[in-house]
Structures are given as structure tokens and as C-alpha cells.
Write a protein that binds this ligand. Sequence first.
Ligand code: SAM
Length: 295
Amino acid sequence: MHKDIATPIRTKEILQKYGFSFKKSLGQNFLIDPNILRNIVGHAQLTENSGAIEIGPGIGALTEHLARAAKKVVSFEIDQRLLPVLEDTLSPYDNVTIVHSDILKADVAQVIAKEMPDIQDIMVVANLPYYVTTPILLKLLHDRLPIRGFVVMMQKEVADRITAKPGTKEYGSLSIAIQYYVSAEIAMMVPKTVFMPQPNVESAVIRLIKHDAPPVQVMDEEFLFEVTRASFVQRRKTILNNLQAGLPNGKQKKEAILEALTTCEIEPTRRGETLTIQEFGKLADALYPTFAKHS
Ligand code: SAM
């Protein structure tokens, strides 16, 4: 086996060789601890027949661990300066493809079809650029990729919100936007000391596994997310007040909102953070005839 990229000494050597300077604006905090990398990859439960999609390989620290564990790895990197570095550091691995692209603009489904045509089990595994964690996850979920799930590192605060259960202060529209598609749990906490440079925030790795079927059937998913967003605009307000303020012409349509809440057996004085995803689903369907855009 080759020497790990992710030791402090080797990382420094590589950075020096290429005169690389970190760009904070691209969320560049590289991992320098092979144990953490092994743990991250372990949580993805890859086999020699699996595929891995990575966002932001950096100098290849996680990429090489994925290359050892999976059949094929495709990594999307936005920073052109890293391309020659990766070509060098990942030269021992013939199962890695680097795509030079902003993940938010990439046609990931097409890349999977091209690069992993015969692979059934695909996981997204990444130490995400923290400044775009949520847009990346929402994009990849909305793209409805043929994947089993995600094992991804992010800012702990965001991890807490994504994995939050009803009745907690972290629970909100982001929890629902994600948990509608996947089961979500924190896999491990990660200390600052394993990064170069060290980030200012705490980090956590979360594991998201796609549901076979959504937890609730709704008429219109977009409308469900609109209702949940409206329900959390002012967390201390009741669901009735938030919906009145947040739905189009909600103020004038109080009666329709009350009727929908009654149909769903939801007390109008409850707060959004107490509603389960199933309750939000029912509520969205009950509100749909009055408030959906095209109605
Ligand atoms: N995987 C490496 C590691 O763990 O050491 C680097 C992780 S670093 C937190 C994030 C990486 O994502 C950087 O390499 C950065 O250049 C890249 N990146 C930032 N924004 C991106 C985007 N929109 N699309 C693709 N890659 C991006």
C-alpha cells in the first residue's frame, strides 16, 4: 500500500511542492489524519463493487481511501490549481476520475451513467466545502441520483439541524427538506485538530440513507416544502400565525387555514417545531387546494 496523503508531513510536502495556498472562500480545510479517513469510509460501508462520488477531493486525502475501498471513484473539484496535484498524488490509483467542475453546476446523473454504468451501489462520500453544504445536499437529493446515500462531513451546527427530531430546537425546515428523502443520523464528531488549516467551527460526519418510499405521500413536494418553510419563519409563533404570515394571502384566508388544521387534527396553537413530517404532509395536502400557486 502507498504512503497516505493525509499525514501532516506528507500534506505539507505536497503543498510546498506545488506552492499551494488555501482559499478560504472555497472551504479548503484538508484532512491530515488517516484514522478519521478510515472511519469516514467505514461508515459508507463500501464493497469492492461499490462506486463513490466525492465533492472536493482537495489533494486527494479522502479520495485515495475511497479508491482503496471502492470499485470506482468520481470526484468533482472546482479549483483548477488542484488538478495537477491530484494527477500526481492519485497516480497509484487507476479507478479514480476527477471532474473539474462546480458540483452545483454539474450534471451528476450523466457523469454517473458514463463513469459507473455497471455499478449498482453508489454512495456520496465527502468532506464538504462548508460554505455550500446545504445547497450541495439539496441539489443532489433533488437530482434523484441512483445512489444509496451519503456520508458527509460538515459544520456540526448544520449536522444537528439536518438530523434533528421534532420537538428539539434544531428541528426546522432543513430537517424536513432532508429527512423527506433520507434517514439522517450523526455518525461521528470530528475534532478541529485533524484539519489543515483548522476550521473555526466544530465538525461532524453524518450518514444519510435514502428511503425506499417517502415518509408521507403528498400531492406536491414543492408545496410541502413551502408550507414547512412558512411554518418556521418565526419559531416562537404558533403554526396558525406563521401560516397566515407566510402563505400567499394567508391573512385573508385564516378560515381556510383553520379548517385545514382541524382536518389534520393539529391544534392551531402548536408551534412548527412540534409537527412531524407526516403531520406536515397531511397539512400541506389540506392547504393545497386553497394555496397552491396554480389554484
Ligand atoms: N477532500 C479533501 C480533504 O478532506 O482533505 C478536501 C476537502 S475541503 C473541506 C473542500 C474541497 O471542496 C476543496 O478541495 C475545495 O476546493 C472544493 N470545493 C469547494 N467548492 C466546491 C464546489 N462548488 N464544487 C466542487 N468542489 C468544491
